[in-house]
Design a protein around this ligand. Structure first.
Ligand code: NAD
Length: 436
């Protein structure tokens, strides 16, 4: 099939590349001309496991092309995906200016029937707004479909190629048939494609993300309670997670969720609920808990240095909002680094993929190190913000010998508490006994 993908970010580029991998002809459109030039010359603008190989292969075979011109990009497309940003507005609602702006432009450009598929995460009712905007200038027939994306950054290719489910909202039999055919190669193992009305599809995405965020905030509150009651959250987690109704996943406490999805989607759903006259109490609590949790280790750090961080060197391992990505949007690490800097600390950081993005924010205010041990060299304290695999089993003897003081504030519970006690570290983590 001939496909256009408008917006070539984490979702759009993965979507376009994976459709090309199945033999479709894909044109990716992006407003960022510099990004388009880089992609045309074979550079992958984001880090995503496995993406580079598929990108190069499909580009070489001519099935994956890039343009900054919307008109050129959609010229022959039977299906046009919108994978555009939907950032939070000042009031927390999803800002639809990118989606609706492109919809309005598209109307006048369509020369034949096409299906416009919304892949961005958008509030209920957006499908109708997109339809309205397209109708203003459209001279041909078209259908609007909602196809929310559930991929996880870091595992995006795997998730897209073998989705646990595909959700498609449409009221058109014609569009349904085309979408079913497009996705058939991705669900050969029998995973379902759920067809539903557009409003339900739009809400499904928010409901899924809000539920996952709630699971994290719930566990963070259990962890906080564990600390006060002398329980160990690791044990509690295993005990409760083995109940199949609860499940083992997403029960790990830490310094809060971040990323470009959970924070904005929980806010946007809460806002939609308010607008509909419904107070979604759980979401308010989910957001409040996360806000507090993100800086949970700061009081320990300040206390440890008697509120004076001047001249203290703090190493930070992990900057991305989660492992396996270079995405730093709403990453808890950034907020913590800001606080440490405000208190006069010298901050030395390491992240396997996200340092270039962080440099754009902090510049020379912090120093960047290619190896975790280089960042920790001479540090008075090590702060762990992201659970990259390579931080799980460091050479503790080497770490002890290069750090000025053996102190770790672990926001992701990477190490065994007793083992850290035996190694002689001061060690504070989340929901477990502190070694002081
Ligand atoms: P992103 O910011 O990484 O990418 C958006 C891209 O759109 C950018 O390259 C930008 O230059 C481009 N763009 C902006 N305006 C444009 C225009 N008028 N024409 C063409 N291109 C334009 O965003 P993302 O993370 O890929 O997210 C896109 C949507 O998918 C959001 O609604 C998001 O909530 C949703 N989503 C994201 C994820 C994720 O893990 N990132 C997962 C599921 C759903």
């Amino acid at each position: 099939m001939k496909i256009a993908v408008v917006g070539t970010g984490y979702v759009g580029l993965v979507t376009g590349t994976c459709f090309a991998e199945m033999g479709n002809n894909v044109t990716c459109v992006d407003i960022d001309k510099e990004k388009v030039l880089r992609m045309q010359s074979g550079q992958v603008p984001i880090y995503e496991n496995g993406l580079e190989e598929l990108f190069h292969k499909n580009q070489k075979q001519g099935r994956l092309v890039f343009t900054a011109s919307l008109e050129e990009g959609i010229e022959n497309a039977e299906i046009i995906f919108l994978a555009l940003p939907t950032p939070p507005g000042a009031d927390g609602s999803a800002d639809l200016k990118y989606v609706l702006g492109v919809a309005e432009q598209l109307g006048g450009m369509l020369k034949h029937y096409a299906i416009i598929v919304d892949k961005s995460t958008v509030p209920v009712g957006t499908g109708e707004l997109v339809h309205e905007r397209l109708s203003k200038n459209a001279k041909v027939e078209f259908d609007v479909v909602s196809n929310p994306e559930f991929l996880r950054e870091g595992l995006a290719i795997e998730d897209f190629m073998k989705p646990e489910r595909v959700v498609i909202g449409t009221d058109s039999q014609r569009a349904r048939k085309v979408m079913e055919e497009l996705y058939a190669p991705f669900v050969r193992q029998g995973n379902p494609i759920y067809f539903m009305d557009i409003r339900s599809a739009e809400l499904t995405k928010y409901a899924a993300n809000a539920f996952l965020a709630a699971k994290i905030s719930f566990m963070n509150e259990i962890a906080n309670l564990c600390e006060l009651l002398g329980a160990n959250v690791d044990e509690v987690r295993k005990g409760m997670g083995s109940d199949s109704r609860i499940g083992k996943r997403f029960l790990f406490p830490g310094i809060g969720y971040g990323g470009s999805c959970f924070p904005k989607d929980v806010q946007a759903l809460s806002h939609s609920a308010n607008q509909a006259g419904y107070r979604f109490h759980i979401l308010d609590a989910v957001m409040r808990v996360n806000e507090q949790q993100r800086t949970k280790l700061i009081p320990f750090v300040l206390n440890h240095f008697k509120n004076d961080l001047k001249g203290k060197v703090i190493a930070v391992w992990g900057l991305a909002f989660k492992p396996q990505t270079d995405d730093i949007r709403e990453a808890p690490a950034l907020e913590n680094i800001n606080i440490l800097l405000q208190h006069g600390a010298e901050v030395r950081v390491h992240d396997p993929e996200a340092m270039a993005n962080v440099r754009k924010i902090f510049g020379d205010k912090i120093s960047y190190h290619e190896l975790p041990m280089d960042a920790a060299n001479g540090a008075d304290l090590l702060f762990i913000a992201t659970e990259w695999q390579e931080f799980r089993s460091p050479d503790f003897d080497a770490l002890a010998s290069i750090m000025k003081e053996k102190v770790i504030a672990d926001g992701r519970n990477l190490y065994d508490v007793e083992a850290m006690r035996e190694r002689g570290f001061k060690y504070v983590s989340i929901g477990r006994k502190a070694v002081l």
